[in-house]
Ligand binder design. Structure first.
Ligand code: RB5
Length: 155
């Protein structure tokens, strides 16, 4: 395992409890993770935790990250501002698997107030276990960061 294999994980207060549970799951599955906070359920601002995680993914220091807030929305808005970050809000294992398979999601975002512990673990496993399918999806993922818009090469 290299430093880049370490999965970064962070939440806000709404996601704190699920973060602790998913860390235990990561450990049980044999993954190395780095907890970027917070360390308690005291109220915090989600962006303060999403920015440092997304910056490190964007700069290539880590390949994968997991974020949690109440709805998953604030975390995803913030993380997706960074180049090369594809943060997917997933509320079912199927969506998590498709986020990997079709969108090569390198950040998993969980809506902690809307998924229970068992569902959260299943979503995490689906995201961890599903590879990017490549093929036509590679072209689509590459177009995400293009600023010029073209409808050519459609299939
Ligand atoms: C915190 O109350 C809540 O707004 C936050 O966890 C998140 O849902 C924001 O998108």
């Amino acid at each position: 395992m290299t430093e880049r294999d370490t999965i970064l994980i962070a939440s806000d207060h709404a996601g704190f409890e699920l973060k602790e549970k998913l860390e235990a799951e990561l450990k049980a599955l044999g993954y190395r993770y780095e907890d970027l906070g917070p360390t308690s359920e005291a109220s915090v601002d989600y962006a303060d935790y999403a920015h440092p995680l997304a910056k490190r993914i964007s700069e290539g220091e880590a390949e994968r990250g997991i974020l949690m807030c109440g709805t998953g929305l604030g975390m995803s808005y913030t993380a997706n501002r960074y180049a090369h970050v594809r943060a997917a809000v997933a509320w079912t294992p199927e969506i998590a698997a498709l986020a990997r398979e079709h969108n090569d999601a390198n950040v998993l975002v969980l809506p902690a107030r809307f998924v229970g512990e068992a569902e959260g673990r299943a979503i995490l496993k689906a995201w961890l276990d599903t590879p990017f399918a490549g093929g036509r999806h590679t072209r689509r993922v590459e177009k995400i960061e293009r600023t010029e818009h073209s409808t050519e090469e459609k299939r």
